[in-house]
Design a protein around this ligand. Structure first.
Ligand SMILES: [Zn+2]
Length: 208
């Protein structure tokens, strides 16, 4: 589970289908999904839409607090620095929440960083080899988006809430990969188990 909208590697990869040798009774069909170039393009478009929509959304507390919409504001260079640092902090908290959810569900999460396409740094938390149920995987995928956005929205009511608007909006855009993973997981047949890959998902489908 990586953070950041730009986490597909740009190369199209064909999903490999491998059928494991028959065990005693049940078989599993193993399919890997990794987003390719066209999916990455779609993700980036959706991410931009989410960031743009996030600005008014996370501005609502300030508007409610002051009792007036509109008005003007100024941003200094030091404000930009604070916003960049807060955004980076949210990315770290995002991966920590993925990891906490994995741990709570019995997996052993590991962290890492990758340079996507050799240029774009991204963090990830993953639990190699651990198979999650559908409900578990959805919990892990959606926990950071829900927790950070809800708590962040409430924090926007505070006196320094203005600094959180842009970082929370960027973070929301960065959840696009988790959103598409959720969509993929929901489309799998019942009984499928899910293994997190650093840059995709491995589906263990039940074969009757
Ligand atoms: Zn994530």
């Amino acid at each position: 589970m990586m953070s950041g909208p730009f986490n597909a590697n740009g190369r199209s990869r064909i999903a490999g289908t491998v059928t494991t040798p028959p065990s005693s009774a049940s078989q599993a069909q193993v399919v890997d999904w990794r987003p390719g170039r066209s999916e990455a393009t779609l993700w980036n478009i959706v991410a931009i839409v989410l960031v743009v929509a996030g600005i008014p959304l996370f501005s609502l507390p300030a508007i409610i607090r002051s009792g007036k919409a509109g008005g003007s504001f100024q941003i200094s260079l030091s404000d930009v620095l604070v916003i960049v640092i807060l955004t980076a902090v949210l990315v770290v908290i995002h991966e920590a929440i993925h990891a906490l959810a994995m741990r709570a569900l019995g997996a052993r999460p590991t962290f890492g960083a990758v340079l996507v396409g050799g240029v774009m740094p991204a963090l990830y938390a993953t639990a190699a080899g651990h198979r999650f149920t559908r409900g578990q995987y959805l919990t892990i995928a959606l926990a950071p988006a829900v927790v950070i956005s809800v708590l962040g929205f409430l924090a926007c009511f505070g006196p320094w809430g203005g600094y959180l608007i842009v970082p929370l909006a960027i973070h929301l855009g960065g959840c696009v990969g988790d959103g598409f993973a959720t969509w993929k997981v929901l489309r799998e047949p019942p009984g499928t188990e899910f293994e997190d890959l650093r840059d995709g998902i491995r589906f263990h489908r039940k074969v009757a």
